[in-house]
Design a protein around this ligand. Structure first.
Ligand code: SAM
Length: 304
């Protein structure tokens, strides 16, 4: 894909809209994988396209995680890891701000792009190939973050338990685990995920991305297909289509809290009023315990 990027024209976080349209009583049988559009490429093999699609300024998001950690730890975090980092946008920002910064992902393709982009900011050995369920870092850190609904890639209860245990192992005592996740109502149809935005490409071109949940949820904990469709139009070339589909977990705050409790080793869960990835300038604060938050939220836990 040619050209550098100017930035997004419009970006929106997933917002609840008319969940009553979705049927109740999720079936136990898996919904069939959505069909790949003919001629499309596998988005998960094109980190440059992914980067272009997510090329807005991530600094407010990166700072939010540091603020939350500083509040819990009582000082600024000195080290951090971005988990399921892809090409490592947050790890790179933290590194450029002087933190000892790491990134972990299961995709060698994305990690090699992360190494390239992080050259001069992050030592090559800090980009770690691993899995959310089993990863280990060379040193423990103050802050571990899974941005942009990344923990939704875990779907089975056992996967969540393994993830919380791996995250605990990677943290210093008192360290903070923080995630951005879309919370759903308990025992109710999931909020539909509908997100579309466009990015201008330099010198000329346009990328459009459409990210949505598809079909009915199934299983326990419930999960649902999420489909990303990305078209790249560069004048004089034929349009290229990139596509990916994953089962994505559909979790309520209560269920996530129980999973962390069962894994053990963390103090109570704190839910914020917004996600770290939120519209610029919008304030966020911890919400009162006992509420039933729904929608995109930052959630954190402190290691015992
Ligand atoms: C939505 S991208 C997020 C990338 C980046 N953190 C960001 O905020 O732009 C999701 C990334 O999660 C990674 N991933 C998915 N499941 C994973 C797992 N079980 N373990 C490690 N990485 C995983 C994928 O390889 C992909 O790079």
């Amino acid at each position: 894909m040619g050209g550098n990027l100017l930035g997004p024209i419009h970006v929106s976080a997933p917002e609840p809209s008319n969940p009553s349209r979705i049927e109740r009583d999720p079936p136990e049988k898996a919904t069939r994988r959505p069909a790949r559009p003919p001629g499309s490429h596998d988005l998960s093999r094109y980190p440059a396209v992914y980067d272009a699609a997510f090329s807005w300024d991530r600094s407010q998001e990166a700072r939010s995680y540091l603020q939350v950690a500083a509040t819990r730890i009582g000082r600024k975090p000195r080290s951090a890891v971005e988990l399921a980092c892809g090409t490592g946008p947050l790890a790179r920002l933290w590194g450029s701000w002087g933190l000892e910064s790491y990134g972990m992902d299961r995709s060698p393709t994305f990690l090699s792009r992360a190494r390239e982009l992080g050259r001069g900011t992050i030592p090559e050995s800090h980009w770690r190939l691993g899995d959310l369920r089993t990863f280990r870092l060379p040193r423990r850190v103050d802050l571990a973050v899974v941005p942009l609904d990344g923990i939704g890639y875990l779907v089975e209860e056992g996967e969540f338990l393994s993830f919380f245990r791996a995250a605990r192992r990677s943290l210093l005592t008192g360290g903070v685990l923080a995630v951005d996740v879309t919370l759903h109502e308990e025992q109710a149809p999931p909020l539909p995920i509908r997100n579309s935005w466009a990015v201008r490409l330099r010198p000329k071109g346009r990328l459009r991305i459409d990210w949505r949940s598809v079909g009915r949820p199934w299983g326990s904990p419930p999960r649902q297909w999420e489909v990303a469709k990305c078209s790249v139009r560069i004048p004089g070339r034929s349009t290229q289509l990139f596509w990916d589909a994953h089962p994505h977990s559909v979790l309520s705050a209560r269920r996530l809290g129980h999973l962390a409790e069962e894994a053990g080793g963390f103090r109570g869960m704190e839910v914020y009023s917004e996600a770290a990835h939120r519209p610029r300038g919008r304030m966020f604060q911890p919400t009162a315990s006992g509420t039933h938050p729904v929608g995109p939220r930052l959630i954190c836990w402190q290691r015992d």
